[in-house]
Ligand binder design. Structure first.
Ligand SMILES: Cc1cc2nc3c(=O)[nH]c(=O)nc-3n(C[C@H](O)[C@H](O)[C@H](O)COP(=O)(O)O)c2cc1C
Length: 307
């Protein structure tokens, strides 16, 4: 049988047009430039860079990353060069690529989030992704992720100063996530990305010590995929704004699962450590799957799960 091989892999996140639904997850792809020798940065939908704060941050004490049976645990401590250095040293070098750059941002107070977003307004950054999986220093370290007053304050402030799409990145460590997702939508979020890492630990039984200096860290990789998939499916029933699925996506098959569960796009995280071109391979794989199954438009995969 003859098939028409013309396919449309484009998706839109709150008006931001992406050539395909594959993005890189913050913290696993540096500032993008580190990966230009391993893959074609033009081959993916968008690059999400390492979480940016108002000032440079050194991060936690080492050891801060350890392998587990089916993933890794990290407690990097949000090390980054700061938004100023990113705008001066990294963003101009990314300009030669046709791939939108999304800045992941965080702060230790509501005001800091707004300050970072304000600095990104009017730049080539195509959207911001707001990481709320970090402690609010002004509130004694209470996680932003479970604090609705803080979340509303961040969204109101960031949306006031930053005019392009604002993606809220949700933590699986607080619940119920569907209610929080709806709260973010009602508070003005343009899109949601989920999930961030799950709290985990590993012990060295010879030394009787935690393998990570911080004791606990964030678990990512294949181990969290079923959890992330269920969250994406549940949240997609609760909100109308586009969802970006994250968590243990190692290849195009995993990506298709997330899209069938309701994700408009996906992010590749831990897989980048195993295969630095995992995101490119995922984009190529989705297109091949579409051709094989005579799927003309990638958007028809979104939420196509029948149950
Ligand atoms: C080493 C490392 C650093 C990360 N840094 C950030 C970060 O700065 N901001 C953020 O929102 N998420 C960060 N994450 C979380 C990832 O973006 C992603 O949500 C998580 O790893 C789950 O996806 P995965 O299983 O595909 O890795 C980091 C993850 C890892 C492994």
């Amino acid at each position: 049988m003859k098939t028409n091989n013309k396919i449309n892999t484009k998706v839109s996140i709150a008006g931001l047009e992406l050539k395909n639904p594959v993005l890189t997850a913050s913290g696993t792809f540096g500032y993008g430039l580190e990966f230009e020798e391993y893959m074609d940065l033009n081959s993916i939908g968008a690059i999400i860079v390492k979480g940016l704060a108002i000032k440079p941050v050194k991060g936690n004490k080492t050891p801060r990353l350890v392998e587990t049976t089916a993933g890794i645990i990290n407690a990097i401590g949000l090390q980054n060069i700061g938004v100023d250095a990113f705008l001066k040293d990294k963003l101009p070098k990314l300009k030669k690529y046709k791939t939108p750059i999304i800045a992941n941002i965080y702060g230790t107070s509501v005001e800091e989030y707004i300050e970072v977003a304000d600095m990104l307004e009017g730049t080539d950054v195509a959207a911001v992704e707001v990481n709320i999986s970090c402690p609010n220093v002004k509130k004694g370290g209470l996680a932003f992720a479970s604090d609705r007053v803080a979340i509303k304050g961040i969204l109101d402030g960031v949306k006031r100063v930053y005019k392009k799409p604002v993606i809220m990145k949700l933590s699986p460590n607080v619940g119920p996530l569907e209610e929080l997702a709806k709260f973010c939508e009602d508070s003005g979020a343009d899109s949601l990305s989920l999930i961030n890492t799950l709290v985990g630990m590993k012990i060295d039984i010879e030394k009787k010590k935690p393998c990570i200096a911080n004791i606990y860290g964030g678990l990512s990789g294949p181990a969290i995929k079923p959890v992330a998939l269920a969250f994406v499916h549940k949240v997609s029933k609760a909100v109308k704004i586009p969802i970006i699925g994250i968590g243990g996506i190692m290849n195009w098959r995993d990506a298709v699962e997330f899209m069938m569960a309701g994700a408009t796009a996906v992010q590749i995280g831990t897989a980048n450590f195993r295969e630095p071109d995992a995101s490119q391979k995922t984009a190529v794989g989705i297109a091949a799957y579409m051709k094989k199954n005579n799927i003309k438009d990638v958007k028809t995969i979104i939420g196509s799960l029948s149950c």
